[in-house]
Design a protein around this ligand. Structure first.
Ligand code: NAP
Length: 283
């Protein structure tokens, strides 16, 4: 009988947090400062409110401060950019997170591109993406970094494997594909205009679900022994892969909840700690 490996992100995130706590203590001792992650929330979308709260709680657990900025839902692009510019100049702030998605009237990418790259701990600035793609030093988009961290921790071989990424958003599918390419996978990216999706997914040794549609990817599209990474998180605590009928075919999978979600927060906090370490030349 199939006994797939559970790629447990929740436990791994706890282990990483314990290490980060020690690193934060070293920063405090050496530089006499407490690192600060500034979070900007525009509007009051309930899911975004929850995510920002969870990120603030994670800061607290590792000993860093969070500076919570709330802007009204009718804030303009200029107002968001002005706030980010102010945070870029604030010497006490080490990382800046603009919670995605912002209301539709705001030019999100212009806001992301305003974040100074040495404070871009969520890896959303176009320059951070470019540096990552060229294998230069950069902060990485948090969810793709979470995916790579989980795969490496559980020693899932990436080099030479057929990886199919379903989704090409700037914060998830596209950077995940690039990071996996940099690990020498053979990567196919699928999106809403892809034809014969099931046939492409059938080729995958590793499948990344980043679609934003509950239980969209079906078990009968999968090759036996596939490694399933479900980055999706939809209402009702379900991912983008129909895990119920997919798990019997796979060799390993990330659960939802408890897989990529907690590791995304851990990646953000890790990069905030790294930003502070770089500033004080402690790494
Ligand atoms: P998004 O911006 O809506 O992008 C969805 C992607 O899926 C798009 O590239 C879209 O293609 C593609 N797509 C839509 N319908 C498709 C179809 N029928 N066949 C193939 N591809 C299709 O979403 P996102 O921000 O990347 O998020 C994706 C999922 O990840 C969501 O469930 C979200 O909640 C989750 N997420 C989780 C975390 C975390 O912390 N765990 C963080 C971020 C996101 P087009 O480009 O052609 O439109």
């Amino acid at each position: 009988m199939n006994n797939p490996l559970v790629l447990d992100g929740k436990t791994l995130a706890k282990q990483i947090e314990a290490d980060l706590k020690t690193r934060v203590e070293k920063i405090k001792a050496a530089a006499q400062v407490t690192p600060i992650l500034a979070t900007i929330l525009v509007g009051d979308d309930p899911a975004s409110v929850t995510y920002v709260k969870m990120k603030g709680n994670a800061c607290q657990r590792v000993g860093i401060d969070s500076l919570k900025i709330e802007l009204p839902g009718n804030a303009t692009t200029e107002a968001v950019i002005a706030k980010i510019t102010e945070l870029n100049r604030n010497e006490r702030v080490h990382g800046i997170l603009l919670q995605h998605p912002v209301p539709g009237h705001i030019d999100e990418q212009s806001c992301f591109n305003t974040i100074a790259i040495d404070k871009d701990v969520d890896g959303v600035n176009t320059h951070s993406f470019g540096n990552m793609a060229m294998k230069l030093e950069s902060f990485k988009s948090a969810t793709p970094l979470a995916i790579l961290t989980v795969l490496k921790h559980y020693r899932i071989e990436i080099e030479g494997k057929e990886v199919v990424v379903v989704g090409r958003s700037p914060i998830l599918g596209k950077p995940a594909a690039m990071m996996l390419l940099n690990e020498n996978a053979t990567v196919t990216i699928c999106h809403s205009k892809t034809r014969n999706l099931a046939a492409i997914i059938q080729r995958a040794d590793i499948l990344i679900g980043a679609v934003g549609k509950p239980r969209f990817i079906q078990g009968d599209w999968l090759r036996e022994g596939v490694v399933l990474v479900d980055a999706g998180y939809n209402p009702g605590n379900v991912g983008d892969i129909d895990l119920e009928n997919s798990v019997p075919k796979c060799s390993a999978y990330t659960p939802v909840p408890g897989g990529i979600g907690p590791m995304t927060i851990s990646s953000l906090i890790r990069q905030t700690v790294e930003a502070a370490e770089r500033k004080y030349r402690l790494n």
